[in-house]
Design a protein around this ligand. Sequence first.
Ligand code: ADP
Ligand code: ARG
Length: 367
Amino acid sequence: MASNLSVEELWKRLQDANKSKSLLKKHLTPNIYNELKNVKSKFGGTLADCIRSGCMNPESGVGIYASDPDAYTTFAAILDPVIKDYHKVDVLKHPKPDFGDINNLGFGDLDPSKEMIVSTRVRVGRSHASYGFPPVITKQDRIDMEKKTVNCLSKLEGELAGEYFPLTGMTKETQKKLTDDHFLFNDSDRFLREAGGYNDWPIGRGIYFNHAKNFLVWVNEEDHLRFISMQKGGNLGEVYSRLVKAVKALEKSGLEFARKENLGYLTFCPSNLGTTLRASVHIKIPKLSASPEFKAFCDRYHIQARGIHGEHTESVGGVYDISNKRRLGLTEIQAVQEMRRGVEAVIDREKELSHKKKKFPFSLFSK
Ligand code: ADP
Ligand code: ARG
């Protein structure tokens, strides 16, 4: 359950959090706080709803969520600077969706030797235009959204056809197995909990699988909807094409998604909006990840490294989750290309470093 501290108490906590490096702490000035503290969005969302998680968790990186789609307008005075800072843009503008030509992508398997990439995943988030986000929705809202979504998912055909499994009634063992296998989400993110993300857990949540288990939909995890395409190995072309087909099919199925002209598709967390696209590989990079250049290398290619059980987890055995960091101000195909270039550079650098280490003792002897 989220705390119920008032906006004044939350603000005080943030003031006391001297060591906080969050974007909320950096950008919420006394002027902006005073301007927004008594304002409400069209969905009834307040500043307290948006900043609760960041004030209660000063070690947050971002520290703010949108209470609902309208928060991006009502609370723009704080959300805009956070968005600019996170996505590294000076001006908030976003192109029209462009997924590229999936019959002519120009990329396929990023690791034909099958030595380094364990698996590939591409996801996008979507929000129902007429519902708020976790701080302002009710149990019934989640149930209604779930019903609406499942109705549209049941229209999927061909390779996307499948079945929906609600979390309510799913055994703990099945949930754990699906989570360990990287398919399912759980309720262990304390940042999301404090933002109301686990209210009434597990009601209204669930997962859809196609029959091949390489296309999934998460219902009411952090976002109302997450569409996910994933498979073993490094074939980004196949994974991305499947996701694009799914997005197009779901757009036609009657779902209406929240968007804003200059911000693209809207999500609960400002770090995800825009294309909302995160393309990732699980990749074995023991040398590069252990080298002091790793962070700068990732920054140079606009890629992000995560542990293999998702955000805020650690690497296991030198395997990292490498993905595009930027989601705003570029098109979907550009975001995927950015990830592809980054992963190719990671592979090349890992090979160079492995090669150097092997050659070193030999060159000592030959001198
Ligand atoms: P997201 O924000 O994209 O949902 P998370 O970091 O929360 O990502 O991870 C969600 C789940 O997806 C985790 O179980 C994670 O291990 C899994 N995952 C992410 N990328 C890959 C990948 N390339 N291959 C397999 N599983 C992945
Ligand atoms: N609120 C958390 C933080 O500020 C997570 C932010 C990004 N991740 C996410 N899943 N939305 O650190």
